[in-house]
Design a protein around this ligand. Structure first.
Ligand code: SF4
Length: 124
C-alpha cells in the first residue's frame, strides 16, 4: 500500500467513524427524549404544579422528583426502607392522574406522584 493510499484510507476511516459516532449520539438523544416524553403525564387541565420555592413546600423539603431531595437535610429518605416514599403512596395524596395529585398539606398547587416531602406518611 502506497503512502498516499494509506493516508486516504485513514482519512476515510476517520470520517466514517466520526459520522457513525455522531449518528449514534443523535439516535441516543432522540430515544432519551421520546422516553422522557412518554414518562411525563400531562398536567390536569387548569391546574399548576406547586413551586418548589413555595414557603410550605420549601419548609418541608418538597421536590417534584424525589431523587432531588436534599439528602443532607433528610438522610432518612436515602435509606432502603424509604425507597417507596413518593407522594403517590402518601396518606395526604389524592390522585388526579398518573403523574399528578393534590396534597392536603401543600396546597398552593398540585404535586407530582414522584415527589416527596418530609411530611410523608404511609397511606393505609
Ligand atoms: S405530604 Fe405527602 S403528598 Fe404532600 S407533598 Fe408531602 S409526600 Fe407529597
Amino acid at each position: 500500500m502506497s503512502k498516499s493510499s494509506r493516508k486516504q484510507f485513514l482519512t476515510t476511516s476517520l470520517s466514517w467513524m466520526t459520522s457513525l459516532f455522531l449518528i449514534e449520539g443523535g439516535l441516543s438523544l432522540t430515544t432519551k427524549l421520546v422516553a422522557e416524553k412518554k414518562t411525563s403525564p400531562p398536567l390536569p387541565e387548569g391546574l399548576q404544579p406547586v413551586s418548589e420555592s413555595d414557603p410550605t413546600a420549601k419548609a418541608l423539603g418538597y421536590h417534584q422528583d424525589a431523587k432531588h431531595t436534599d439528602f443532607n437535610l433528610y438522610p432518612e429518605r436515602k435509606e432502603v426502607s424509604a425507597k417507596n416514599q413518593f407522594c403517590k403512596h402518601c396518606a395526604q395524596y389524592t390522585k388526579l392522574n398518573e403523574g399528578w395529585g393534590k396534597c392536603n398539606i401543600i396546597t398552593a398547587g398540585i404535586v407530582s406522584s414522584n415527589g416527596w416531602c418530609s411530611a410523608w406518611s404511609q397511606r393505609s
